[in-house]
Design a protein around this ligand. Structure first.
Ligand code: RAM
Length: 359
């Protein structure tokens, strides 16, 4: 049954990729997340009634964000609900997103969906958007409850945080120094996961594990690389790195491989199979976790459409159908309300080959 579900998800993911690449006349979604605004109007419309759905991801140059954008676009297009506008700032900052949100307000868009680069700093501009009648939701990385109508969460934050500590502990035999290589210091998703990692580490069974540092690579490849190198230099006895970001994982995997540190320093966290297959195969990362980023965007797209047509308001208990993901219900989150995608999935040598071409 488990295998069947996995194959189903795999084939759905593949179908999405194929249809997204074949279905749009211009470029594949991967190349559409850039600092430029790219819009795709539905074939038969140009009316002022056309709904506009904007997605603002954290930053460019991150394949995870590109997959998220691909899913969002696929959802709106398969439903024929309106125009898709994909935006991504060059840097993962709140300032850059504020500018993009101001532009979207001026364009009188219908919905703004975003992966927030800061939980609180976007509140004034997102409040302005909602006061102008624009529906606002966050996905992947939440903005605070007052800044959104609902959040699309990839998986339970507690589970995501705890499972990474359990994994590294098993990998290093429950003993030694570990470090965390995160994204930006303001990222709500990573910060929440790190809180849960710290709570897990309070268990006496981890008494021999020492968390020496939380470093921030800002979801930039170069900075994540230099932060990994700095950790290795500052802590020569370091036994493991947890990186709860796909950009950090890929950078750390390369550094540990290039330095020949397989078995000496282990790596786990949240990685993209396409970027991590090499490091799972060579043993640098014995196993890791993630969810389907295409599905995060796809669920965000359906939530955006449900907000736009009034099927949901963002209140707890609201229900809607999210295309091939089926019926979803809005639940209470730690902060505001949210829609949950599913469980994190474990990627290891036995299954990485079948997933690396999906996302
Ligand atoms: C990075 C981003 C994203 C996060 C994944 C796991 O790509 O920080 O927000 O969800 O990692």
């Amino acid at each position: 049954m488990k295998k069947f579900k996995k194959l189903l998800a795999l084939s759905l993911g593949t179908t999405l990729l194929v249809s997204s690449l074949a279905g749009c006349a211009s470029k594949p979604a991967e190349s559409q997340a850039s600092t430029d605004t790219k819009t795709e109007a539905p074939a038969n419309t140009a009316s002022s009634e056309t709904k506009k759905f904007v997605l603002i991801v954290k930053s460019t140059g991150n394949p995870y964000n590109e997959k998220e954008a691909e899913g969002f676009k696929a959802a709106i297009e398969e439903a024929g609900a309106g125009e898709v506008i994909l935006k991504a700032p060059a840097e993962p900052t709140a300032e850059a997103q504020i500018q993009m949100i101001e532009e979207a307000i001026a364009q009188k868009v219908t919905v703004i969906a975003l992966a927030g680069n800061d939980p609180d700093a976007l509140q004034p501009v997102l409040t302005k958007a909602m006061n102008a009648g624009i529906k606002v939701l966050s996905l992947d990385s939440s903005v605070n409850a007052a800044s959104r109508m609902v959040h699309v969460n990839q998986a339970d934050p507690e589970r995501i945080g705890r499972v990474q500590v359990q994994a590294i502990s098993e990998m290093i035999g429950g003993k030694g120094q570990i470090a965390i290589l995160s994204a930006t210091s303001q990222a709500a998703n990573q910060n929440l996961w790190i809180e849960w990692m710290k709570k897990e580490l309070e268990d006496p069974k981890y008494a021999d594990i020492e968390l020496v540092k939380v470093a921030y690579g800002d979801d930039l490849r170069d900075k994540s690389t230099s932060e990994t190198e700095a950790l290795l230099k500052a802590y020569p006895d370091l036994r493991g790195i947890i990186s709860p970001t796909t950009v950090g994982m890929a950078a750390a995997g390369k550094v540990l491989t290039d330095k020949g540190l397989v078995d000496k320093v282990v790596l786990t966290g949240l990685g993209l199979p396409s970027e991590m297959a090499e490091y799972i195969t060579n043993g640098v990362c014995p196993w890791m976790y993630l969810w389907n980023p295409i599905d995060v965007g796809y669920l965000g797209g359906y939530a955006a459409m449900a907000l736009a047509d009034g099927t949901i308001t963002g209140a707890q208990g609201n229900k809607f159908t999210a295309g091939r993901l089926g019926e979803k219900e809005i639940i209470t989150a730690g902060d505001g309300t949210e829609i949950m995608l599913g469980d994190p999935f474990k990627f290891e040598p036995a299954n990485i080959e079948e997933w690396k071409s999906v996302y």
